[in-house]
Design a protein around this ligand. Structure first.
Ligand SMILES: Cc1cc2nc3c(=O)[nH]c(=O)nc-3n(C[C@H](O)[C@H](O)[C@H](O)COP(=O)(O)O)c2cc1C
Length: 201
């Protein structure tokens, strides 16, 4: 199939997002990384849109979370997205770029991180000032009882813990269950662009 400026999978995905928009879950996807022991680790994350003029998907996270040390060792990830209303599954194979506070300031991803911070609600911004994830809760962890950060923190300032993940897919395995037989299309990127192949489900 010829390479298109907007690949087929992007058109399908936009259609799925629009059709499932009323379902809150439609922006939740499962995100798998490889642990330091070489084992898969999966968790749910929220899709935050595409990087402008690119096919990179954006996700927010805490730079202190386990997935970051895993991604720094191995940037490969797999994602799985199911749209319940339209009965479509997208399985993505990707490389992930970790855009943290130390990321090159001259790179557009750095400005994008700042911009993404401004899209967060104040309570979501506050969560990036909470103590380090997965550490034991201390008796003095004020946010546990009051649900807010110490008054000294300024929310206009991007938390150094706030991290933008840019997920750059290299393959998308699409499955549509609402047709008989089911439709399965594998989309792969190469130097020449995106190519799609219909395969048996
Ligand atoms: C509905 C839902 C949405 C979530 N969205 C995010 C998210 O966007 N980013 C994130 O880092 N964690 C999100 N989480 C929490 C993760 O699933 C996970 O518990 C956390 O990131 C710690 O994972 P890690 O220790 O493997 O890094 C979400 C959890 C749920 C249930």
């Amino acid at each position: 199939m010829p390479t298109l400026e907007r690949p087929i999978w992007r058109s399908h995905l936009h259609h799925s997002l629009d059709s499932n928009e009323h379902l809150r879950e439609s922006t939740y996807l499962q995100f798998t990384t490889v642990s330091c022991q070489g084992l898969p680790e999966v968790r749910t994350v929220v899709f935050r849109g595409f990087v402008p003029n690119s096919h990179g998907l954006m996700v927010h996270t805490d730079v202190r979370s386990g997935k970051i040390s895993q991604l720094r060792r191995n940037s490969n990830a797999a994602l799985c997205w199911y749209f319940a209303k339209t009965r479509e599954q997208y399985r993505l194979s990707a490389k992930v770029v970790v855009v943290d506070a130390q990321y090159a300031q001259s790179h557009p991803f750095s400005a994008l991180r700042d911009k993404q911070w401004l899209t967060l609600s104040p309570s979501a911004q506050q969560s990036y000032w909470w103590p380090k994830p997965r550490t034991t809760i201390g008796l003095n962890d004020e946010y546990q009882t009051h649900g807010s950060i110490p008054a000294t923190q300024n929310l206009e300032q991007v938390s150094p813990h706030f991290c933008l993940l840019v997920i750059e897919p290299s393959q998308i395995d699409y499955l549509h269950l609402a047709t008989t037989p089911h439709l399965r299309i594998v989309h792969r990127v190469s130097q020449q662009g995106w190519h799609s192949q219909n395969v048996n489900p």
